[in-house]
Design a protein around this ligand. Sequence first.
Ligand code: NDP
Ligand code: MG
Length: 390
Amino acid sequence: MRRISILGATGSIGQNTIDLIARAPGDYEVVALTGAGNISQLAADARRLNAQIAVTAHEHLLDDLRAALTGSETEAAAGTAAITEAAARPADWVMSAIVGAAGLEPGLAALQQGSTLALANKESLVCAGQLMLATARAHNARILPVDSEHSAVFQALVGEDISAVERVIITASGGAFRDWPVEKLATATLAQASSHPNWDMGQRITIDSASMFNKAMELIETKEFFGVRPDQIEAVVHPESMIHALVGFRDGALMAHVGPPDMRHAIGYALHWPERRSLPVERLDLAAIGQLSFRAPCETRWPALRLAREVMEAGGLSGAVFNAAKETALDGFIAGDIGFTQMSDVVEEVLSRVPAAAGQNDAAFTLDNVAETDHLARQEARSVINRKAG
Ligand code: NDP
Ligand code: MG
């Protein structure tokens, strides 16, 4: 039996992961499930899967979790330290699907005990890619990408030599506003930004898709994970979301990964890797689809893409600044303090103000450095937001 843990079990990726493992309950021993506010889902899944421990990030919800687990064998715990401790319990495979920089420490803890980390939490690579990879190397652990584009690139690279890669192209659906006039974007509401044309995901990543901050994060994630140069990485708008990424080789060949927009493919690939097992995803009927289309992404519409390029060039801790500013700007948009297009203004301003040069090499790239930079960037972002809101 494989021992598995799911960090962020109550979210969109977590629930898709549970959907897959619940189909073969005899194959898995569930170690830890973690969540935050959704106690009833967390407890129900912990009971159903007979998890060793269920953890909520919120300490004030510990009593509720305990009550919801009464009569089961599952232990209850609460708080961010408890999540990291749960992630450090011996497991063969750990899904990292907490949203935001909060996923970094638990992911590192899982790597430190040698687990295979299935990584949906792109924020940890954007904030601290070098640290994640160095930790995996030091503990003989493995990171497998779960973000659909990165899973697609990973699959296109099977049996290939990375030095033969000329370019990596990740696709973007364009999100909720791809066809809106640019002038109208400033009026976009939270409800409008929270609906995605193709993918069913958590609210934050859905809004990030509309602003292209999600794609911006994924460009940086590509650089960090695959070690390719910024000038080798491109994004292309592909409204149908059927091709997830393409890898271009030096002989001119482009290998594309094609599949339905269903995260259970990438999750299942990471779960069964290096095998391919049958997965409950739609089989595409190409003739019925008829056509696939592509367009160049416009950086006036989506300034996040330009900012990502600057971050990739700058390196160091600029990814941590970028992510923290983006998360804070997103909080500001969700709270109604700033408008949709002001999110990228906030991030741009914070990037120009917070020093990010430290951490250019592995030794300087510590969790403390990342945490300090993250803290400074959030502080700065809040002051920029307050100024704009006031
Ligand atoms: P959701 O918002 O649906 O779920 C987030 C999960 O994290 C929930 O379990 C939530 O708990 C938990 N959580 C929230 N805040 C904290 C915190 N401070 N500490 C610990 N746990 C917390 O997000 P998604 O599933 O959409 O995304 C998860 C990650 O995967 C993100 O990094 C996202 O970018 C990435 N990803 C998602 C994709 C998708 O299709 N959804 C595709 C590719 C990548 P609760 O719900 O109980 O409050
Ligand atoms: Mg993605």
